[in-house]
Design a protein around this ligand. Structure first.
Ligand code: CP
Ligand code: NVA
Length: 333
């Protein structure tokens, strides 16, 4: 295993920035780095891979996993991370993206950005002169999908030939990236969503091009039960992404029939065969223990699915750290 994936000094703004081979390579590197953390011998990865590296984390939106995964990943490999929340810096208020990027590029070795506009993360990459990684924008969430693929590979021992069904808001950042990511590694993918929340033509065409290259399918279904048939991975996300809160009521109405429950898990046909896992990028509305669900109950997934033995959501959350570490060491280490 090596961190040499042809990515030195590259940014990761969307999964399509990576070749298909680089996606496989980053997943395998993350698995090897996880082994290193667990004390397994991985001679090629010995030493502090990020020693002396300083990383800044610019977060316009809230985060539990991405922020913590980045901080721990950098510290594990001997580097330092500085968190810059939305009220901490001048970005967008008193200073342009280009000026902020040029300043940070003189001090840091890498930038992880989470926020609204894809053009902001693109501007940081264009002007900073250092690797910039997208930690979620309105359009894409590429680092999440590497963790999802790692989790699937750990569960099934392979990626090529699996079938993923994403059920829910078929045009959000996670679904967009998952659609492209699955096609890049030869996974059949079905996006099960209401017609009104279908993916954009641009995302469909990016995924279709990769799927054709890799001999897999990438399709959209508006039938949540027929659509999931044959799936090995049942995946959902929140019905209302950060920044879209005003659409909450409308989303509840559209997405209620797309709630992931045991009947849907059974409809995959893979539940009795033990060939199914459930994934969710988290946070998840699965029980009555949040402000929102105290009143409404479970939303995108029922508690019995979320807590089932075939649910791998906490492995998936942990893998955010190993995959961010892989991205950082491959691009900056
Ligand atoms: N999955 C994910 O990105 O989680 P956070 O919003 O907690 O970072
Ligand atoms: N689609 C969700 C993902 C959260 C990790 C959002 O953007 O809020």
């Amino acid at each position: 295993m090596t961190t040499e994936l042809g990515l030195k000094q590259s940014s990761l703004l969307a999964l399509n920035d990576l070749s298909d081979q680089q996606v496989f390579g980053l997943v395998d590197l993350a698995i090897a780095l996880k082994g290193k953390k667990l004390g397994h011998s991985t001679s090629a990865l010995e030493g502090r891979l990020l020693a002396g590296k300083n990383v800044c984390l610019i977060f316009e939106k809230a985060s539990t996993r991405t922020r913590c995964a980045a901080v721990v990943a950098v510290a594990d490999e001997g580097g330092q991370a500085e968190y810059l929340g939305k009220n901490d810096i001048h970005l967008g208020k008193k200073e342009s993206v280009a000026d902020t990027a040029r300043v940070l590029g003189r001090m840091f070795d890498g930038i992880l950005f989470r926020g609204y506009s894809q053009s902001t993360v693109e501007g940081l990459a264009a002007f900073s002169g250092i690797p910039v990684w997208n930690g979620l924008t309105d359009e894409w969430h590429p680092s999440q999908i590497l963790a999802d693929l790692q989790t699937a590979k750990e569960a099934f021992g392979r990626l090529r030939g699996l079938r993923f069904a994403f059920v829910g808001d078929g045009r959000n950042n996670v679904c967009n990236s998952l659609m492209v990511g699955c096609a890049k590694v030869g996974i059949d993918f079905v996006n099960c969503c209401p017609q009104e929340l279908s993916p954009s033509a641009e995302v469909v065409s990016l995924a279709a091009a990769a799927a054709a290259r890799n001999g897999c399918v990438s399709e959209v279904s508006h039938d949540p039960i027929e659509g999931v048939r044959g799936a090995n991975v049942l995946y959902t996300d929140v019905w209302v992404s950060m920044g879209e809160e005003s659409q909450f009521q409308q989303r509840l109405e559209l997405l209620r029939p797309f709630q992931v429950d045991m009947a849907m898990a059974d409809a995959t046909g893979n539940l009795p065969a033990g060939a199914l896992i459930f994934l969710h990028c988290l946070p998840a509305f699965h029980n009555h223990q949040t402000e929102v669900t105290r009143e409404l109950g479970a939303l995108e997934v029922t508690d019995d699915v979320f807590e089932a033995p075939f649910s791998k959501v906490f492995d998936q959350a942990e893998n955010r750290m190993h995959t961010l570490k892989a991205i950082m060491t491959a691009t900056m280490g």
